[in-house]
Design a protein around this ligand. Structure first.
Ligand code: DQA
Length: 148
C-alpha cells in the first residue's frame, strides 16, 4: 500500500513549539521514523507539511490521482475550522486517521470540535508523538488483513 503522512499548520515548529504540550521531537524525526517503519513493512511512503490550507487541499487531490491508499493526518488547527479540508478528504475518498499529539479534549473547548472526526477511520489524541506510530500500525494492519 501507498501511505501519505500529512501535517497542517505550525507542525513544522515541532521540537520548539510549546514543548510542554507537544514534546521535543521535530517533524523531521517523526517523518523519518514513520518512513522507516513503512519501508520495513513494504509500504510506500510520502510526507507533506504546509501552513497553507490550499496547498494541503491540492496535495490531497494529488493523492487521489496517485492512488494513495491511506492518509495519516494531523490537521492542526484546521481540524477545528476547515469544511474545505473535510470536503477534500471526502472528495478523493481516501480513508484516513486523524492524529493529535495533545489531548484535544483536555484543552480549550474550541479544540473539541472536529470537522473530520466523524468521517475518519479513527482518531488518536493525547498520546504524544507516539500517536503517529500507533496510527501507522492501525493503517498497516488494515492492509495485512484486507480492508474492513
Ligand atoms: C494538534 C491540536 C490542535 O488543536 C492544534 O491546533 C495543533 C496541534 C495536536 O497535534 O495536538 O496545531 O493537532
Amino acid at each position: 500500500p501507498e501511505l501519505l503522512l500529512l501535517n497542517g499548520p505550525n507542525l513544522n515548529l515541532l521540537g520548539t513549539r510549546e514543548p510542554g504540550i507537544y514534546g521535543s521531537d521535530t517533524l523531521v524525526d517523526i517523518e523519518r521514523r514513520i518512513g522507516e517503519q513503512c519501508q520495513a513493512a513494504g509500504a510506500g511512503f510520502s510526507a507533506f507539511q504546509t501552513n497553507a490550507e490550499h496547498a494541503l487541499i491540492d496535495r490531497i487531490h494529488q493523492a487521489g490521482r496517485e492512488g494513495v491508499d491511506f492518509i495519516l493526518i494531523n490537521p492542526g488547527a484546521w481540524t477545528h475550522t476547515s469544511i474545505a479540508l473535510r470536503d477534500a478528504l471526502l472528495g478523493v475518498g481516501i480513508p484516513f486517521i486523524e492524529i493529535h499529539i495533545s489531548n484535544v479534549h483536555a484543552r480549550e473547548s474550541f479544540r473539541r470540535q472536529s470537522y473530520l472526526a466523524d468521517v475518519a477511520v479513527g482518531v488518536i489524541s493525547g498520546l504524544g508523538v507516539h500517536g503517529y506510530e500507533l496510527a501507522l500500525q492501525a493503517a498497516l494492519r488494515r492492509f495485512e488483513d484486507g480492508p474492513r
